[in-house]
Design a protein around this ligand. Structure first.
Ligand SMILES: C[S@@+](CC[C@H](N)C(=O)[O-])C[C@H]1O[C@@H](n2cnc3c(N)ncnc32)[C@H](O)[C@@H]1O
Length: 227
């Protein structure tokens, strides 16, 4: 068991914890006697040295470009946006979950910089787009035929548990503290809230994003195409 005082682990964050726990060794070691695949999707360096990345097994030894291209063939018409006017610490979690659900694009609204640690390197396989303000995001959504749905527990919000989410959809999340901005709510078809039963005013934005994305998945995704 790892000691909490072990200096080797003390300085490490979630990204490093994920390294090396899964994956495969060099091709020859894993597939003795089997010739290397002759396919440009495979990365010669990963075949030589093994692949310990945080990717599902069918993508072992594939180049990053090949993985992105493959996900691109089956991304959902679901987009996620998160307001980032105060450097929200939850964006990494949102990006990782968006990647897991094959979301088309994660839109960062406001500050360009965000803390990538929680993304666990999944941002390399996820399309990201920056918008300087809410207006630019809303114009982009309109041009791309996406219906914007804000997610927040503001008065008058529609329960997400019973709402019908549009298929071509952009789910918009707010930040710790202010929540979804009034401008963003005004530009949304509706605001949906996640039912709560305890004492806290709200749940973490990354958790809320996971719940809402999965609600869309339950309504629109082809579950037979999941891993
Ligand atoms: C920590 S919340 C802050 C906002 C909240 N309106 C308040 O009163 O404090 C940050 C973001 O997480 C999401 N969120 C948190 N709890 C939620 C809930 N119960 N329903 C829907 N969204 C929620 C929303 O996108 C929200 O803008």
């Amino acid at each position: 068991m790892t000691s909490h005082n072990d200096p080797a682990t003390e300085e490490k964050g979630p990204t490093e914890w994920g390294e090396g726990r899964h994956g495969v060794g060099p091709w020859e070691q894993e597939h003795p006697g089997t010739p290397r695949p002759v396919d440009e999707r495979y990365d010669p360096e990963l075949l030589d040295e093994g692949d310990r990345r945080n990717v599902v097994d069918p993508y072992r030894y594939w180049t990053r470009e090949a993985i992105v291209a493959d996900i691109d063939t089956r991304r959902h018409p679901l987009h996620i946006a998160i307001e980032n006017f105060e450097n929200d610490a939850n964006i990494g979690t949102v990006v990782r979950t968006a990647n897991a659900f094959a979301v088309d694009t994660v839109h960062i609204v406001g500050r360009r910089r965000w803390n990538r640690r929680g993304a666990m390197v999944t941002d390399r396989y996820q399309h990201l787009m920056h918008h300087p303000d809410v207006h630019s995001l809303l114009v982009w959504a309109l041009r791309n035929d996406l219906t914007v749905v804000a997610i927040d527990n503001t008065p008058g919000a529609i329960p997400l548990e019973t709402a019908e989410l549009p298929r071509e959809c952009l789910l918009l999340f707010g930040q710790e503290g202010p929540g979804v901005s009034p401008e963003a709510q005004a530009g949304s078809l509706m605001t949906c809230s996640i039912a709560q039963f305890g004492s806290t005013r709200s749940i973490n934005a990354g958790v809320a994003a996971g719940v809402a994305m999965h609600t869309w998945v339950r309504q629109h995704a082809d579950l037979s195409s999941s891993w």
